[in-house]
Design a protein around this ligand. Structure first.
Ligand code: RBF
Ligand SMILES: Nc1c(NC[C@H](O)[C@H](O)[C@H](O)CO)[nH]c(=O)[nH]c1=O
Length: 219
């Protein structure tokens, strides 16, 4: 479990094909944050939870499996690319962001980026099946960064980026067309599921929850 408060921007140093997956080596920069990182621990890499399987100095390695490559942007990473890093939440930590599982739901695409002076507005298009999980002023994780949803349209939503977040995450590298990992808030998923079970499709009632989304999530 994570909170979407990115603690370091690391760098991909190597990728090696391994069966149907990839062995990914990532170098962190913050000794303060990562010095006691160990094998077996979970680290969110651009929002996707990964298990550390090897360590070498300031570099850790993870095995990214085929399922993760399919559902996230990790498969398109290249050596030298920057990635958002966050270690798993400890029970005594402050919950500065929101509950982020590190289970990326889907890949979205950056649309228009508006310069608003102090801040920026970024539009992201997403598979419309996920629309029931988006709430204005609710939370979303984009590449592992906890952000507040500013507005929602069918197929696109916007977020406002403050200078701190711009300067301390890979959000500054986004351009129109960039693919990003999206994780919708777990609260919405439980409500959607309860709604599905409670309203009982069998009872012949229309449900507000999109069939397409439920199929997407494997229900
Ligand atoms: C605790 C935990 C550890 C995970 N470790 C890995 C991993 O080492 N490699 C991987 O490809 N996926 C891993 N995943 C799954 C991965 O985060 C998931 O496939 C993507 O986020 C897409 O939903 C893990 C998930 C969790 C919750
Ligand atoms: N909720 C918003 C944030 N939150 C803070 C970021 O999550 C944080 O700065 C980042 O993870 C680095 O630690 N930032 C925004 O720009 N906009 C939001 O709506």
């Amino acid at each position: 479990m994570f909170t979407g408060i990115v603690k370091d921007v690391g760098r991909v140093v190597a990728l090696r094909q391994q069966g149907s997956g990839v062995r990914l080596a990532v170098e962190y920069t913050s000794r303060h944050e990562f010095q006691d990182l160990d094998i077996d621990e979970s680290v969110a890499v651009n929002g996707a939870c990964q298990t550390v399987v090897a360590m070498n100095g300031m570099t850790f390695e993870v095995d990214t499996i085929a399922e993760t490559l399919k559902k996230t942007t990790l498969g398109s990473l290249r050596a030298g690319q920057s990635v958002n890093l966050e270690r798993a939440l400890r029970p005594q930590d402050r919950l500065g962001g929101h509950f982020v599982q590190g289970h990326v739901d889907c890949v979205g695409t950056v649309g228009e980026i508006d310069d608003l002076g102090e801040s920026r507005r970024i539009w992201i298009s997403y598979p419309e099946a996920f629309e029931p999980l988006l709430v204005p002023v609710g939370s979303i994780a984009i590449d592992g960064v906890s952000l507040t949803v500013a507005s929602v349209r069918p197929g696109a939503f916007s977020v406002a980026i403050i200078p701190y977040t711009f300067g301390h995450t890979t959000i500054s590298s986004l351009r129109p067309g960039t693919a990003v990992n999206l994780e919708f808030d777990i609260l919405g998923k439980y409500i959607a599921r309860q709604h599905q079970l409670g309203e009982g499709r069998g009872a012949g009632k229309e449900t507000a929850i999109s069939d397409a989304w439920l199929k997407e999530m494997g229900y």
